[in-house]
Design a protein around this ligand. Structure first.
Ligand code: CU
Length: 333
């Protein structure tokens, strides 16, 4: 972009692509279409699980030496040109796919490919590796992608209810037996038996557990995941379920505005405190309004609440460790 145009657009022009690692995302709209360049390195390695064991994963990572599961999320605007370069550092074949938007085709081990597309339709999307389905996806090759409406900083789609902040919640499960097979370049040969349940790659940990307040290990404190705001800090949750299991999410303190289901805008905006999400890439968008909790007496504007999944296995790790599962904080500040 020429400097003159940049100044006209103001400092918001800096936010051409916002990484999901920055926690609660705010977005500044632009009056012009931009070109967004992103490189993902397809890497592998071991990552810790909630009970201290480790498992093998692959990821679309931000550096050749790193391993990001999920990948850093990416937000662009309608009309933007998106160039994504995939560097496959592994010796196995992989791909980069956003259903209905882009399919890289097979990227052979050791190869690099750049895919380009125009961001068309505002909404939330999953990018993932479609090869060897569902194994490459479930083993970590996935991430969140969002297209904002043109010229809008606070809508999911043009005319939607507005929000102040937005988050991706990428849900997944881990069956270590599958990860071991993938580590040895074999496809899994056993039925999926989920033993760990993650939000943006992390599980929750209860008070008193090791590293309880560490945002790098505890989904309760991960700024990419936890709901944190003051009254009125309406927060859009873009929920993408990478995993093999359907889930039921339950928020305390507020009901949410349930805007989309599996990519479709809902005809009526229901207020829900429980929202189901389908397995194998189900998704929804909903706004947590950060209103004073209506049932509290005397009324309150501050406090800590919880979001947990209501399918009970998800609240465990390693086959029974309770409260080391998929949950996060709701923090009214
Ligand atoms: Cu509940």
């Amino acid at each position: 972009m020429k400097r003159r145009l940049f100044l006209k657009a103001g400092t918001v022009g800096l936010a051409s692509a916002v990484s999901g690692m920055s926690g609660l995302l705010s977005w500044s709209s632009r009056a012009y279409a931009a070109t967004i360049n992103q490189t993902f390195f397809i890497t592998d390695g071991m990552l810790p699980l909630a009970d201290g064991s480790t498992a093998y994963f692959k990821g679309f990572s931000s550096s050749a030496g790193g391993l990001d599961v999920p990948a850093q999320s990416l937000i662009v605007q309608e009309g933007d040109t998106v160039n994504i370069t995939l560097v496959n550092t592994l010796n196995t074949d992989h791909s980069f796919v956003i259903d209905g938007v882009i399919d890289s085709g097979t990227i052979n081990g050791g190869d690099t490919r750049t895919v380009s597309f125009t961001a068309d339709q505002a909404g939330s999307y999953l990018f993932y590796d479609k090869l060897n389905a569902p194994y490459n996806r479930v083993i970590g090759l996935h991430g969140g992608f969002a297209i904002m409406p043109q010229g809008s900083s606070d809508e999911l789609y043009s005319g939607s209810p507005t929000f102040k902040k937005q988050l991706f919640w990428v849900l997944n499960e881990v069956d270590p037996a599958w990860n071991v097979r993938m580590q040895n370049d074999n496809s899994p040969n056993t039925a999926f038996k989920p033993r760990y349940f993650t939000m943006n790659g992390l599980s929750a940990r209860p008070p008193g557990s090791p590293n309880y307040t560490d945002p790098d290990v505890n989904a309760f404190y991960d700024p990419r995941t936890k709901l944190s705001g003051s009254i009125g800090d309406r927060t859009l949750i873009r929920c993408l379920n990478v995993g093999m299991c359907s889930h039921s999410l339950h928020w305390h303190a507020n009901h949410l505005e349930y805007l989309t289901s599996n990519g479709q805008i809902r005809n009526d905006i229901w207020l829900k405190d429980i929202i189901g999400v389908d397995n194998n890439m189900g998704q929804f968008d909903a706004i947590y309004p950060f209103e004073p909790p209506p049932d509290a007496y005397p009324s309150v504007t501050k406090g800590k609440y919880v979001m947990h999944l209501h399918d009970e296995m998800t609240q465990t790790a390693g086959g029974g460790l309770y409260q080391f599962g998929a949950a996060t904080n709701i923090d009214f500040k």
